[in-house]
Write a protein that binds this ligand. Structure first.
Ligand code: PLP
Length: 417
């Protein structure tokens, strides 16, 4: 199983900071927001009231109810009372809690694909997907993205064979910041219908969409009768509620029967979900402070683009999420060398793109080899969810470093002519 490139940089940064060096951390996808106090208080109260025992395997009822209401309201889906669930409307019976989106993605992959089946992943993706495929014995095929990290829709059909059971969509994307428009989502939905594929929709960044409307495949799916629905939407408190360390997420399942199977998978995977944290997180939806966090990240998204452009690195602001995936190929360096030298020379940490696009080759003996694809290997990921002065300093140093190597590269190429 390939090691996450994000973790590789974590270790490199730790080595430097252990030696007393200062590093500008643009590598971590963990916003600098504090956990909303109402959640912290809710967790503390749950502990003092003794909610510290094993809980129900699918998650506690009041949280599943709150999530169902929140999701239904957010995406315009009819919501059923938990006491009178109706298959056409979303209720807590469709919602299964998990230890973060990470565990949900792992379970959903194994629910939709058996060993030897294939899942379609975006050419550039969150590295955990590929690791989860390796663990599950599921093969991955990467669907191509264009230079704006949008799917090349006309090339999807040729990827499908009998073994393909699911397509994964992550919009807004980690690491690219790309958002799929409603027409792309509708196209992907029809594609999945045509080949009877599941859609695994990773919506970890659904609350960080800046100038446009967010289209979840969930809204399209819930226009269908239950037996024809196909979207398993994986969501999380991590990024939306500044709760990355609490490790709580959930999946919205298209049918109650499927939710029951996914719930059963919690038994071997986690037993049950951390009880007092779930009680605390009921408080998450009682106030809408996601707008405040979105506005704060929006400022930093624009600041990063401004500083990059002012220092000669031309970019458009990303549409969503909290990352820029910057093409650094004009420096003549690959993404690993760029990230390593940037850390060594400027003490700025970014993540090499190579780890976000590992192309698998499957061998007859069951082993797998990975090689970074070209699109990912020419980029590095920068997270802008850090304080503005840190961001300005880090981005300036990155852009200057880029220009230095770009000039050397141009001089070198001219010399070669
Ligand atoms: C695209 C994406 N999906 C899922 C996750 C995992 O989220 P969680 O903290 O809920 O496990 C992350 C975390 O960085 C992510 O970037």
């Amino acid at each position: 199983m390939p090691r996450s490139s994000i973790r590789r940089i974590f270790s490199a940064v730790k080595e430097l900071t252990d030696r007393g060096e200062q590093v500008i951390p643009l590598h971590i996808g963990d916003p600098d927001f504090e956990l909303p106090p109402r959640i912290a208080t809710g967790v503390a109260q749950a502990i003092s009231r003794g909610y510290t025992h094993y809980g129900p395997v699918r998650g506690i009822t009041p949280l599943r109810e709150a999530v169902a209401k929140h999701v239904a309201h957010r995406f315009g889906i009819p919501c059923a009372d938990a006491s009178a669930p109706n298959g056409d409307a979303l209720s807590m019976e469709h919602v299964i809690m998990s230890q973060g989106a990470t565990q949900a993605l792992n379970a959903v992959l194994q629910l939709t694909c058996d060993r030897g089946h294939t899942v379609l992943l975006p050419e550039v993706h969150f590295p955990n997907y590929m690791q989860q495929c390796v663990l599950a014995g599921v093969r991955a095929k990467l669907y191509p993205l264009d230079d704006n990290f949008q799917p090349q829709l006309d090339q999807l059909d040729e990827l499908v064979d009998e073994s393909v059971k699911a397509i994964l969509i992550n919009t807004p994307s980690n690491p690219t910041g790309a958002l799929f428009s409603p027409s792309v989502i509708h196209y992907l939905y029809r594609f999945a219908q045509r080949y009877n594929l599941w859609i695994i929709s990773d919506e970890a960044y659904m609350d960080y969409v800046y100038d446009s409307e967010y289209q979840s495949p969930l809204s399209v799916d819930w226009e269908q009768p239950p037996e024809l629905r196909r979207v398993l939407a994986v969501m999380s408190f991590s990024k939306s509620y500044a709760a990355t360390g609490l490790r709580i997420g959930w999946t919205v399942c298209p049918r109650v029967s499927l939710a029951q199977q996914l719930g059963l998978m919690n038994e071997p995977l986690v037993g049950s979900i951390t009880t007092p944290l779930q009680y605390g997180l009921i408080e998450a939806f009682r106030e809408d402070d996601t707008t405040v966090r979105r506005q704060s990240l929006n400022k930093r998204r624009l600041l990063a683009a401004k500083v990059l452009n002012e220092h000669g690195f031309k970019v458009e602001p990303v549409a969503g999420g909290m990352f820029y995936f910057l093409d650094i190929s004009a420096t003549g360096l690959d993404s690993d060398t760029f990230a390593d030298r940037l850390l060594a020379e400027e003490h700025v940490a970014v993540v090499p793109g190579s780890g976000f696009g590992l192309e698998p080759s499957y061998h007859a003996d069951g082993s797998v080899e990975f090689a970074p694809n070209e699109l990912a290997a020419r980029c590095v990921r920068l997270c802008f969810a850090v304080p503005s002065d840190t961001l300005t300093d880090g981005v300036k140093r990155l852009a200057q470093f880029y220009s230095r190597y770009f000039r050397r590269q141009s001089a070198g190429s001219a010399g070669n002519l």
